[in-house]
Design a protein around this ligand. Structure first.
Ligand code: FES
Ligand code: FES
Length: 152
């Protein structure tokens, strides 16, 4: 089946099968590999994207459900002026090790700061509770969130 959706501000089309996830369509058909595939069960958050502005796990959304909707991936956060402030903050804070969790975290933090511009530690903890990182111990990730909030 053919779907038409807006991805990172651009109209796109994709041929998908009925059970195909949005994550697979983004990565394999629409050539946007930023969203990572780690668990495919909604457990790790590495596939986080915004669907009509709401944070979702792209592995749990059928591509067909995105037909007619707007998706923002980590690739879409960057602008002509450079990295998004959250992306820049992850770099400056040293919050990236293997980097596999980073795209999902960047999208989740962007969503958090859109709703809560100056979050406290508990708000950060709750907002990122669906994003698993095996490398950093989260301290640097929290630093990155605080840094991004300062740069608004
Ligand atoms: S790959 Fe989607 S939550 Fe892990
Ligand atoms: S930096 Fe490796 S999983 Fe988070």
């Amino acid at each position: 089946m053919k779907i038409r959706l807006t991805v990172n501000g651009e109209p796109r089309e994709a041929d998908v099968w009925a059970g195909e996830s949005l994550l697979t369509a983004l990565r394999d058909t629409l050539e946007l590999p930023g969203s990572k595939n780690a668990c495919e069960q909604g457990e790790c958050g590495s596939c986080s994207v915004l669907l009509d502005g709401d944070l979702v796990c792209a592995c749990l959304v059928l591509a067909a459900q995105a037909d007619g909707h707007a998706v923002t991936t980590v690739e879409g956060l960057r602008s002509d002026d450079g990295l998004h402030r959250v992306q820049q903050a992850f770099v400056e804070a040293g919050a990236v090790q293997c980097g596999f969790c980073t795209p999902g975290l960047v999208v989740a933090v962007t969503d958090l700061l859109a709703r809560t511009p100056d979050p406290g530690d508990d708000e950060i903890r709750e907002a990122l509770s669906g994003n698993l990182c095996r490398c950093t111990g989260y301290a640097k990730i929290f630093d990155a969130v605080r840094l991004a909030a300062e740069h608004r």
